[in-house]
Design a protein around this ligand. Structure first.
Ligand code: BGC
Length: 742
């Protein structure tokens, strides 16, 4: 027999009592529950266990089902579909003593069923509104399948191309990364978390997971507090500020302390400085791993350290499940500490509306009608095109429709690789076309595999060369396969794998111009390819509609507009290389000098700078006009105290096609109490211009724009001279000077 929802009775009881004042939003149901929950039931709310997936769909281990029934597990991840989550929820609501609903989480990283480009790709669109929309679509599809919670946005800044997970983030820059992180949270959570088309966001991996030594996943992270706060921390903060109500602790240690039990991260910064009021979850068995880190004696000790540091929920490690009751009974964890964790988790469940209707998200109807819709696919196709970066073009692109086209490369025929890593519930069956198929819809295609993306097999070279010889135009698709990026996919080389570059060499030797399309999830060493290819289009892993989007760009139906959100080095030896580097005491200025900060074998400049990206049209920039508070000396504009400076530039489309340009603003503080980057992104604006059209773009510069962590670690500006740069790439800018006076 079904029980009445017990929490409804508790809600009525709570209305009569007077709850203690709470700093954040409070729900009477949470107070009531905390009063009646046993210690075991409280611990159950801090436990997150995985569901499995078999040929017949999602399934739950029998032992875990028992745990749910007994109130030992309050949260599930990796399970979806409206029917399945309803079944699980029925167990929690009807068969447990208090009927507390389960929370269902999943990695919805760049789409749920409709897969958008990988996140690094999306960040190259610099189209923050479109990224917000992509997240909104992902949330609505996921929520219809019964999910409440996505493990996204991934806010890890990275300058480390060896690291496979650089593909999941927004690149190297904290300013761009912060705007994207906040947009994703808004897209997922909307204005109202209880809306059935929204999901709870999870800010991960907190913190600095993107800086593993030597680029090896899960490896040690160590950097100064100043560097951490200025270049790594801002996107996490932006996501929390945007209202994210959960945070995932990262696997790595920082300054010797694993993030999972790091009071500086979890208490001082997250809850103290930022006022975060949601809950913190560990990463997958992150608590247990503190034993291997050499930070905890055993798994019990790890649970003690994590809970006492402010980590509320244990993902899959069962440390809390097995030991927390004992830890509280023995006084090693205060019951008030556990209560605070449980309160945070239950409060989020209340915000999701789960106590009002635990089944509100499970909707087979919405799942069927609002998933993979034409509108969602159109958004994914546009986003995929916007994310592509035209790295090089000597005029071979755009290709002409109707001409004989040789399409070469195993990746050109792959639908699976288009989806990239962490593809949510995206299925290859939903991918309408491969790149070769899509090209085949606009031109007669001869396809030749030529080379696989891995391995040494050259047996396909001859037929690929023959196909190229007979064709009017040649497209070669090369790169990494989708398993070579993402988690646990670090590489010690950033070259294109296998014999793909050798194939390019052979094809180029035919004398035909070769348009190369790249599928990959990290900055690669393209030094050879950039010489051999006539055009290089970085297409990342472009998602469900990626085949069409590549053809849209190749044949000029979409004019490419992506700009790199991460620097492409000339070779691995230059790594880390990023646009906000310092000048050093011996900057490389003189070509013949030896004792300057330089390499003997390659220039200091990367192959493709941050912000770089070409178009089929061209843009011209006027000089910068600066208007400020006063003129301190002839020609020198001054910004004073709380005033503002307006920097204006006119951008003209000097080509013959409409195009979108991302106008970027960078700043340099010439002298500081600590040294400052030679260029730092501080603003950008995307403008779409018809041929011949000009547009004036203005940026406002205030004291906040100039602020940084000064020598005493206070945040603020310092008076002095500044340089301003505005242009279409970090290495192609106009300059102006100004002063700041307090
Ligand atoms: C990853 C997380 C992910 C979690 C759950 C971990 O291995 O580091 O990013 O959210 O698994 O799938």
């Amino acid at each position: 027999m079904k029980k009445a929802l017990p929490f409804l009775l508790l809600l009525a009881a709570a209305a009569c009592s007077s709850p203690a004042p709470k700093p954040a939003k409070s729900y009477p149901i949470v107070d009531s529950l905390l009063k009646v929950m046993t210690l075991e039931e409280k611990v159950g709310q801090t436990v997150l266990l995985t569901s499995d997936w078999t040929v017949t769909g999602p399934s739950m281990r029998e032992g875990y089902l028992e745990d749910i029934r007994a109130g030992r597990c309050g949260n599930i991840f990796n399970a979806y579909t409206a029917d399945y989550t309803r079944k699980m929820q029925e167990i929690a609501v009807n068969e447990t003593r208090l009927g507390i609903p389960l929370l269902f989480g999943y990695d919805v990283i760049h789409g749920f069923r409709t897969i958008f480009p990988i996140n690094l790709g999306m960040s190259c669109s610099w189209d923050v509104a479109a990224i917000e929309e992509a997240s909104r679509i992902a949330a609505s599809e996921a929520a219809a399948a019964g999910l409440h919670w996505t493990y996204s946005p991934m806010c890890d800044i990275s300058v480390e191309p060896r690291w496979g997970r650089i593909s999941e983030g927004a690149g190297e820059d904290a300013y761009l990364g912060s705007l994207i992180a906040a947009a994703m949270v808004r897209g997922y959570q909307g204005d109202d978390l209880s809306d059935v088309r929204t999901v709870l966001a999870c800010v991960k991996h907190y913190a600095a997971y993107g800086a593993p030594q030597a680029g090896r996943d899960y490896n040690t992270v160590d950097m100064s507090e100043r560097w951490f706060r200025e270049f790594y921390l801002p996107p996490y903060m932006a996501a929390v500020d945007a209202g994210a109500l959960s945070v995932m602790a990262s696997f790595n240690e920082l300054d010797g302390v694993p993030a999972t039990a790091n009071p500086h991260l979890l208490q001082d910064i997250l809850r103290g400085e930022w006022g975060f009021r949601g809950f913190v979850v560990s990463d997958y068995t992150g608590i247990n791993e503190m034993v291997m880190h050499g930070y905890a004696e055993d798994v019990e000790d790890a649970g003690r350290l994590a809970m006492n540091a402010g980590l509320d929920m244990d993902m899959q490690g069962a440390s809390y499940m097995d030991y927390m009751v004992g830890l509280v009974r023995s006084g090693k964890v205060r019951s008030s500490t556990l209560d605070a964790a449980v309160r945070r988790i239950l409060t989020v469940k209340a915000e999701l509306g789960l106590f009002d209707d635990p089944f509100r998200y499970c909707s087979p109807e919405r799942e069927a009608s609002e998933t993979l819709t034409e509108a969602n696919k159109a958004a994914a196709r546009k986003m995929a095109a916007e994310s592509m970066v035209l790295l090089k073009n000597d005029g071979v692109l755009p290709l002409q429709k109707g001409r004989r086209t040789a399409v070469i490369g195993a990746l050109a025929a792959s639908k699976d690789d288009l989806l990239g890593s962490w593809r949510g519930a995206g299925q290859v069956e939903a991918v309408p076309v491969s790149i070769a198929d899509a090209i085949g819809e606009v031109a007669p295609v001869v396809y030749a595999e030529g080379a696989k993306e891995m391995g040494e097999d050259r047996s396909g070279f001859a037929s690929a060369i023959a196909a190229a010889r007979k064709a009017d135009q040649v497209v070669l698709v090369i790169g990494e396969n989708c398993n070579w990026t993402g988690e646990a996919a670090s590489r010690s080389s950033i070259n294109i794998p296998g014999v793909q570059t050798e194939l390019l060499e052979k094809l180029a030797a035919t004398g035909k111009p070769i348009a190369v399309v790249l599928l990959n999830g990290r900055p690669l060493d393209l030094s050879k390819e950039s010489e051999l290819a006539s055009a290089l289009l970085e297409a990342w892993f472009p998602g469900t509609m990626g085949g069409y989007a590549v053809a849209d760009v190749l044949f000029g139906d979409f004019n490419p507009c992506g700009k790199l959100s991460v620097t492409f080095p000339r070779n691995l030896g230059q790594v880390p290389v990023y646009h906000y580097a310092k000048n050093t005491g011996r900057p490389y200025i003189h070509p013949e000098a030896k004792y300057e900060s330089r390499y003997l074998d390659v220039p200091n400049e990367p192959l493709y700078a941050f912000g770089h990206g070409l178009s089929y049209t061209s843009f011209e920039y006027s000089d910068i006009t600066l208007e400020g508070d006063s003129r301190s000396e002839p020609g020198m504009t001054e910004l004073k105290g709380d005033g503002a400076l307006t920097a204006t530039i006119t951008v003209t489309n000097t080509g013959s096609r409409e195009g979108t340009e991302t106008v970027q603003m960078y700043i340099r503080d010439l002298v500081g109490s600590v040294t400052r980057p030679v260029k730092q992104l501080k603003g950008f604006e995307r403008v779409t211009l018809a041929p011949g059209e000009s547009r004036t773009v203005s940026f406002t510069i205030s004291a906040e724009t100039l602020s940084f962590y000064r020598q005493d670690m206070t945040w603020g500006p310092e008076p002095g001279s500044f340089k301003l740069f505005i242009g279409g790439s970090s290495d192609n800018t106009k300059e102006a000077d100004f002063n700041y006076a307090e």
